[in-house]
Ligand binder design. Structure first.
Ligand code: CTP
Ligand code: MG
Length: 167
């Protein structure tokens, strides 16, 4: 398989993670996964931005997308890959929040790169452990694509007056 074929295969594996990450935002408030607890530094373990409801919505959407891919491609394993991509995405997202809280960055405040790619790293790690055919080159391309898309959509949202800042 060529580089583009590998990148496409990696992209298809990460798509459910992208949907999971995007769908968690639909949850505006819920029960925080850290149940409000703080650590030795006095900061929240994860913060109010990580809820059980968001986790459930993300896992559901990722599994649905996995089911769609499984049906469309005639490959049953895509269903499991979809669920695992969603699970990994949420684990990565929580790891990102954990790191932000330890750095004293409050919930919702930006930490570039980590904010955009924590879920990709988490999804890739879980998919890799499950033996899914990810490629390093493919992951690099998908990550680049996500960074560029974020930049472009935020800039557009700013120009349209939907967002205060262009990042
Ligand atoms: N969300 C959720 N549960 C999750 C993940 C996300 O409810 N497990 C929702 C929250 O409403 C969150 C929003 O999706 O505010 C956006 O997610 P994200 O940007 O990851 O969270 P932030 O609020 O920016 O918090 P953090 O600083 O911890 O990243
Ligand atoms: Mg955020």
């Amino acid at each position: 398989m060529g580089v583009l074929g590998e990148a496409w295969e990696t992209f298809l594996l990460i798509v459910p993670a992208m949907v999971a990450n995007g769908s968690a935002v639909l949850v505006k408030r819920g029960t925080p996964i850290d149940l409000g607890r703080t650590l030795w530094d006095g900061r929240r373990v994860l913060g109010d931005g990580k809820t059980f409801e968001g986790l459930l919505v993300a896992l559901s959407f990722a599994t649905i997308i996995g089911g769609v891919l499984a049906t469309a491609m005639g490959e049953e394993k895509r269903l499991l890959y979809g669920f695992l991509a969603g699970l990994g995405a949420m684990l990565g997202d929580m790891a990102g929040s954990f790191v932000k809280r330890r750095l004293n960055i409050s919930r919702g405040a930006p930490l570039p790169i980590v904010d955009q790619l924590d879920f990709v790293a988490g999804a890739a790690a879980v998919l890799f452990l499950a033996g899914a055919p990810l490629s390093v080159g493919g992951l690099a391309l998908v990550s680049l694509l996500i960074l560029v898309l974020h930049r472009a959509t935020n800039l557009a949202a700013h120009k349209l007056g939907l967002k205060e800042v262009p990042w």
